[in-house]
Design a protein around this ligand. Structure first.
Ligand code: ZN
Length: 361
């Protein structure tokens, strides 16, 4: 009942033109404290993973149609810049205008090229892709996709699994049982060490299916990635093996940061300075990992913490929003609400004339 009322409310706002009128008016109301000094108005970063029309509940993604509608909306109502361009502008003292936003993708799924890319090109929108290099050009899959594959293809009716000394009695009789159990296992696996996780993933695949998983061309190849770079995509690192960095030893963190950067630079022939933390929640990175990122030569890192960014945001804790809303009026209203909420200072923030990269520690 409540969600139906919300839907009516956001539809009215959106289709009556009230939302656009509000955004136009507030854009005009942004006033500079000192007209000659460039300012950094709060900017958003959107996070996508898969974009396709498969509607596969085991491998959720945003539909091509919904993605098209969201990109069309952003192209009309927001200032879309690549993440690197935003940082370059801030560093050189160029203004970040009100309602600036960046579009990013994580992991390196092939449908980013086959489904998302034509839409981005249609609306001339830049985007950044964070790649786990170990899966590029392989027929393997990131651990969560391996587990999803096993749950999708099993004939078992139930399954008992031990994760972090806890016995999980999992029901697999119906599709809703399998999806609920899958979600529980994926969540629990995020909390264990990388070594333990690898062992459990192997057990799950063997016990639920017994066959070697076939993921086909789920991930991009190096040739496809080079083609995307040629067509304007910005690429960043997302480690080699998609490890959660706080769940592995320091030496492994160092290797994952260095090796992914070097591989991308060698394969793509350009410097790599942006990074995305796998999982990206507060518990998935810490001060020492941020120091290791700086030492490895990265200039900024993105999280999955929700919210906007401004001139005071730690460059190694850039916030991103996952736009799961498939209904465009909800997407538009929530996004505008976020910008209004986080622009508590309607005048934006003064750019101090300092080097943005160096002052953020
Ligand atoms: Zn990821």
């Amino acid at each position: 009942m409540k969600s139906a009322m919300v839907r009516v409310f956001v539809s009215t706002l959106f289709y009556s033109g009230a939302l656009n009128a509000f955004q136009t008016r507030t854009r005009q109301n942004f006033v500079k404290k000192v007209p000659q000094v460039p300012q950094v108005f709060p900017f958003g970063v959107l996070l996508y993973h898969r974009v396709n029309s498969d509607a596969d509940p085991y491998f959720p993604g945003i539909s091509t149609e919904v993605f098209d509608a969201q990109m069309r909306y952003l192209a009309r109502h927001y200032r879309v810049l690549s993440l690197g361009e935003i940082f370059r502008r801030i560093e050189s003292g160029v203004e970040i205008e009100p309602y600036t936003i960046a579009i990013t993708f994580d992991d390196g799924y092939r449908d980013n090229l086959t489904c998302a890319h034509p839409i981005l090109r249609k609306y001339r929108l830049p985007a950044t892709l964070f790649v786990s290099t170990g899966y590029i050009g392989s027929d393997g899959a990131i651990w969560n996709d391996q587990v999803s594959w096993a749950f999708k293809h099993t004939n078992r009716k139930d399954f008992t699994l031990e994760i972090a000394n806890q016995h999980l009695a999992l029901r697999l009789g119906s599709e809703s049982d399998r999806l609920r159990s899958l979600s529980l296992v994926l969540e629990r696996l995020k909390g264990v060490s990388d070594f333990e996780k690898t062992c459990i993933v192997d057990t799950v695949v063997a016990e639920l299916n017994g066959k070697k998983p076939r993921h086909g061309k789920l991930m991009l190849s190096w040739g496809e990635l080079r083609q995307m770079v040629k067509e304007g995509w910005e690429i960043g690192s997302h480690t080699v093996n998609h490890v959660i960095l706080t769940r592995v030893k320091t030496a492994v963190v160092r290797d994952e940061l260095r090796e992914s950067k070097e591989t991308l630079q060698r394969e793509l022939g350009r410097p790599i300075s942006l990074f995305a933390y796998p999982n990206g929640k507060q518990m998935d990175f810490d001060l020492s990992i941020k120091d290791l990122l700086r030492l490895a030569g990265y200039k900024a890192a993105v999280t999955t913490l929700d919210g906007l960014n401004d001139a005071n945001t730690d460059l190694f804790e850039i916030r991103r929003r996952s736009p799961w809303e498939s209904y465009l009026p909800s997407f538009a209203t929530k996004l505008l609400y976020l910008y209004r909420k986080e622009t508590s200072n309607p005048h934006g923030q003064m750019f101090q004339g300092r080097c943005f990269y160096e002052t953020q520690r």
